[in-house]
Write a protein that binds this ligand. Structure first.
Ligand SMILES: CSC[C@H]1O[C@H](OP(=O)(O)O)[C@H](O)[C@@H]1O
Ligand code: ADE
Length: 295
């Protein structure tokens, strides 16, 4: 049984992990290009912990410019076992008010043109994604967020748009009609890639606005979003402390840890050597000729 190593992806307004023990900022290279920046790695409450800011220091990467593959690859290379993503989200539902937290459990992908797989080019995999988030980590994150004083909604359908513009009013109504509960620009392909990298992934969204469907409120705008985020980022950090404080002592295996066992369709003898080399972290468990993974 592996020990827990929590990886956190901080979204808009959350560019620092808070106080870590033995904190070190390290630049980790990825064969998939430039990650959003260096990671901060250390311990939180005695648990291994690694943080990356999704949009980079100073929020310089737009959602379409985030190299999601490199970010996930880098977390995997650091030895992360589970990923908690934190995001600013718009609400498409009356009950999800600004300031509330939503533990997302389903995703609709409306992004276009982003690299969405580690596989292809000589080694093909089809991982299941019916339930794109890890129920165990989501449950732990919900309890932690409540401990941090947040109003938490368990379950919500997130529609991921390409951005960077917010939605038109017609789109906002359309997504509501589809049954989506919240909206953002980053959970896809992040969740897809975490699954391919055999990393259980949970997404805690912090509601910052009502997008533009609601007559009673002003249309979404970044200044208002940042104001709500500023009020909530401490709560997010407290949630992280509460999360590590209540982790079970030993991390039981998750089915996601070995999802590639049933997903790679290309027979091993046909694997393309250069594709396999790039996958030395993501699929390192299966690539016994590449003893890898500095942890
Ligand atoms: C600052 S408003 C739009 C921006 O905020 C969200 O980012 P993240 O998911 O990284 O917290 C949203 O997806 C957009 O990228
Ligand atoms: N209304 C919204 N649309 C897309 N992404 C968001 N992130 C925060 N609020 C958002």
């Amino acid at each position: 049984m592996a020990d827990w190593h929590i990886g956190v992806i901080g979204g808009s307004g959350l560019y620092e992990p808070g106080a870590l023990e033995d904190a070190q900022e390290i630049a980790v290279n990825s064969a998939f290009g430039e990650p959003s920046g260096p990671v901060t790695t250390g311990q939180l409450g005695g648990v291994k912990f690694t943080f990356i800011a999704r949009h980079g220091a100073g929020h310089k990467r737009a959602p379409s410019e985030v190299n999601f593959r490199a970010n996930i690859d880098v977390l995997k290379r650091c030895g992360v076992t589970d990923v908690l993503a934190i995001s600013a989200i718009g609400s498409l539902k009356e009950e999800f008010a600004p300031g509330d937290f939503v533990a997302v459990d389903q995703l609709i992908d409306r992004t276009v043109g982003r690299e969405r797989s580690f596989f292809g080019e000589g080694i093909v995999a089809h991982v299941p994604l019916a339930d794109p988030v890890c129920p165990r980590l989501t449950e732990l994150a919900c309890k932690a967020a409540k401990k941090a004083g947040a109003k938490v909604h368990k379950g919500g359908i997130y529609v991921a748009i390409e951005g960077p513009q917010f939605s038109t009013r017609a789109e906002s109504h359309l997504y509501r009609n589809w049954g989506a509960d919240v909206i953002g620009m980053t959970a896809m392909p992040e969740a897809r890639l975490a699954r391919e990298a055999e990393l259980p992934y949970a997404l805690m969204g912090m509601v910052t606005d009502y997008d533009c469907w609601r007559d009673e409120t002003a249309d979404v705008d970044v200044t208002d979003i940042l104001k709500v985020m500023a009020e909530n980022s401490n709560k997010a950090r407290t949630m992280l402390e509460a999360l590590v404080a209540q982790l079970p002592k030993k991390r039981e295996a998750s089915p996601i840890d070995t999802i590639l066992d049933y997903a790679i369709i290309t027979p091993r003898e046909a694997w393309d050597i250069s594709a396999v080399t790039k996958l030395d972290a993501v699929a390192g468990r299966l690539i016994d000729m590449f003893p890898h993974r500095g942890s």
